[in-house]
Design a protein around this ligand. Structure first.
Ligand code: CP
Ligand code: NVA
Length: 312
């Protein structure tokens, strides 16, 4: 059974197929047509970390597809009191049709998926945030940035940086990642990205110089300097990331018509200036809306895959 845990598990064709499906579901929704592709289905949404976009977009998404979402926060689940992931998986997946999880380690998510009878979707882990990247790529397409774009990611080598590495190396576009020294993406994930890039033709640059990354880029993106779970490192990171803010001076090095993306929530005056976030190149709220559409595409695609595998 196919899960949606990381883009590493997907081919270029599959990623584009899901995006196409999401775009067509978005078009239908914009015309007021809410096709019940997942009529009567239940999506369990397990959250071990906070969320605004992921929760709302999945809950509204499954509802618009004719199903219902079950919001399960760690505080309300026995999981929060130590019930193992593998037991939680075997219980919940007997009662629902699909599960989305936001948790800490990717290993925990994979453990859940291993024991689950139904498709599992990664709603963010410390390592990856693949559903966000599907919305980001949809936003790039809508702004005509899908044709051999140069994407510059400025900031922490975190779950977003890792997900960009997977998307670029699978689809074959140029990705430049600029991080402060000591905050580079995970070396194993970088190595895998280079392996995928050999097949796709993607160019990947890792640098400690934001200017080098942004020069003539089509898309400039960043993320918070301290992710969920790193709150204790916040003060240290503020110092270590000095010079890595995406501000107008940096943005000017990108192409004139470059777009600015940010998965949000944004910290103004840290990884991005108010001027850039609120400026004409910023498409961050369209990007946030696309979470809804992209994830509807993912859920419908996973359901179709499951039905295919049952028929085989
Ligand atoms: N971008 C994103 O995943 O936002 P939330 O943490 O609000 O879900
Ligand atoms: N890197 C951030 C993304 C939030 C959507 C975090 O993990 O907190």
């Amino acid at each position: 059974m196919k899960h949606f845990l990381t883009l590493r598990d997907f081919s270029k064709e599959e990623i584009l197929e899901i995006i196409d499906l999401a775009i067509s579901i978005k078009k239908e929704a914009k015309k007021g047509e809410f096709v019940p592709y997942l009529e009567g289905q239940t999506l369990a949404m397990i959250f071990e970390k906070s969320s605004t976009r992921t929760r709302v977009s999945f809950e509204v998404g499954i509802y618009q597809l004719g199903g219902i979402g079950l919001f399960l926060s760690k505080n309300d689940l026995q999981l929060g009191r130590g019930e193992p992931m593998k037991d939680t998986a075997r219980v919940i997946s007997r009662m629902v049709d699909m599960v989305m999880i936001r948790t800490y380690s990717q290993a925990k998510l994979e453990e859940f998926a291993k024991f689950s009878k139904v498709p599992v979707i990664n709603g963010l882990t410390d390592e990856y945030h693949p559903v966000q990247l599907m919305a980001d790529y949809m936003t790039m397409i809508e702004h005509r940035k899908e044709n051999n774009p140069v994407v510059a990611y400025i900031g922490d080598g975190n779950n977003m940086a890792h997900s960009w590495l997977m998307l670029a190396s699978k689809l074959g576009f140029e990705l430049r990642i600029a991080t402060p020294k000591g905050y580079e993406p995970d070396s194993k994930i970088v190595e895998d990205a280079f392996t995928f890039a050999k097949k796709s033709g993607a160019e990947i640059l890792l640098t400690n110089d934001p200017k080098e990354a942004v020069r003539d880029a089509d898309v400039v993106t960043t993320d918070v300097w301290a992710s969920m779970g790193q709150e204790d490192e916040y003060e240290k990171r503020l110092k270590d990331f000095a010079g890595f803010m995406v501000d107008s001076t940096l943005m000017q090095l990108a192409k004139k018509d470059a777009i600015f993306l940010h998965c949000l929530p944004a910290h103004r005056g840290e990884e991005v200036s108010e001027e850039v976030l609120e400026g004409p190149q910023s498409v961050v709220f369209e990007e946030a809306e696309n979470r809804l559409h992209a994830q509807k595409g993912i859920m419908v695609w996973l359901d179709r895959q499951r039905n295919k595998s049952i028929q085989e």
